[in-house]
Structure formats: C-alpha cells, structure tokens
Ligand binder design. Structure first.
Ligand code: FEO
Length: 169
C-alpha cells in the first residue's frame, strides 16, 4: 500500500509524463508543418513513449492500492525559432524530468518505500538514455550547421568565380 506522500509524488509524475507527451506532440506537429518529416516522426514516436510512461505510473499507483489522478494538462508552446532551439528545449525538458524522477527516489528513501524505489529505477535508467539521445541529436545538428556554412561558403565562391567579368573593370 502506498503512503500518501509517495502516492502524491507519483501522481505529480503522471502529470509530468502527460505534459511531456503533449509537448512532444506539439513539437512533432510544428516539425511536420515546417517541412521536417523525419524530425516529426522522431517526435511523434517520443510523444507516444511519454504516453506509455504516464500509463506505467497510472498502473503502478492503482496496482499498489493508490488512486491515479488523470490530470488536466497545460497547453504546450506551439512555435520554435529553429530546429536547434526545439531540440535544446527537449534536452532542457528531459533534464527537468530527470530531476523529478530523482525527487521520487529521494522520497522513497525518506519513506522507506523500497518497492517503489526499486520500481522507479527503470525510469532512472531511461532518463540516462533519453538525455543522451537528445544530446546526440544536438551534436549532429552542430555538424549540420558547419556543413551548411561550408555549402554557403562554396556558394559565395562560385558566385565570385562565375561573376569574373567584374575583374579588370
Ligand atoms: Fe518520460 Fe522523457 O521522460
């Protein structure tokens, strides 16, 4: 049987996982409408994963004699300046979720709830993966940026060489 403090903090996480799902859904929709079908696909999948996380918390609370509360969720942002800004927002959000999961672990230790502590360790590991996969995307984006600069540089170079008629004027 869950004690009230653990039940409450797990219900807080139901809300946070639900918001994560909504946030990534909004990002997916933005990417889709901005002409980035690959990024949209990644974000739609991520949104589904967050929904699964929310369900895991709901089932766990109910299975342990608590009562899961289905929350109303805040409206997520709907616009991002760039793909880079979007993925930076994903990383920041995942760091927030990691801190939130760590708070659950701390509460479990304080309340001597070894069962929930053991159960929530799956999320501790999951957060390492989530943060590192977003960091990997940001690293790739940094390279894409350099590549674009390279292309831009070549473009300017071509303009100058084909516009060589100005030479000697
Ligand atoms: Fe369920 Fe990405 O944290």
């Amino acid at each position: 049987m869950l004690n009230k403090k653990i039940e409450d903090i797990l219900n807080r996480q139901v809300e946070r996982e639900g918001y994560s799902s909504l946030l990534y859904l909004s990002m997916a929709s933005w990417a889709e409408s901005s002409g980035y079908p690959g990024i949209a696909q990644w974000l739609y999948a991520q949104s589904n994963e967050e929904l699964e996380h929310m369900l895991k918390f709901i089932h766990y609370i109910n299975d342990r004699g608590g009562k899961a509360v289905i929350p109303g969720l805040d409206t997520p942002p709907s616009d991002w300046e760039s793909v880079q800004a979007l993925f930076e927002a994903v990383l920041k959000h995942e760091q927030f979720v990691t801190a939130s999961i760590n708070e659950i672990v701390t509460a479990c230790i304080e309340e001597n709830d070894h069962t929930t502590n053991n159960w929530v360790q799956w999320f501790v590991t999951e957060q390492i993966e989530e943060e590192s996969s977003v960091q990997e995307i940001l690293d790739k984006l940094a390279l894409v940026g350099q590549h674009n600069m390279y292309m831009f540089d070549r473009d300017i170079m071509n303009m100058r060489s084909s516009g060589g008629s100005s030479e000697g004027e």
